[in-house]
Ligand binder design. Structure first.
Ligand SMILES: [Zn+2]
Length: 86
């Protein structure tokens, strides 16, 4: 798993600085439309054309394909569980 740089920015939900991401499937650089999860607050996020993060709405989540939505939720729940233990 490769760590890819993102433009340094704050999570739109918790405000923690985000400057990197990893892929769960393909090992490639992040691109517009990719979804991700904040490592600090588990916010469900999407990258825009400038690789800026925006929080996904409930409607955005429903519109995702089921495989992507389920994977996103699994990662988010894993982060929440890990945060409770650490
Ligand atoms: Zn966050």
């Amino acid at each position: 798993m490769t760590i890819h740089e993102l433009p340094s920015q704050k999570c739109p939900k918790c405000g923690r600085v985000q400057d990197a991401c990893t892929n769960t499937q393909e090992d490639r650089a992040p691109r517009a439309g990719d979804v991700t999860v904040c490592f600090y607050c588990a916010a469900r996020l999407e990258l825009d054309a400038g690789l800026r993060l925006r929080e996904l709405s409930a409607a955005d989540l429903v519109a995702l394909d089921p495989v992507t939505r389920n994977q996103l939720e699994l990662v988010a729940r894993s982060i929440v569980a890990w945060r409770r233990l650490n």
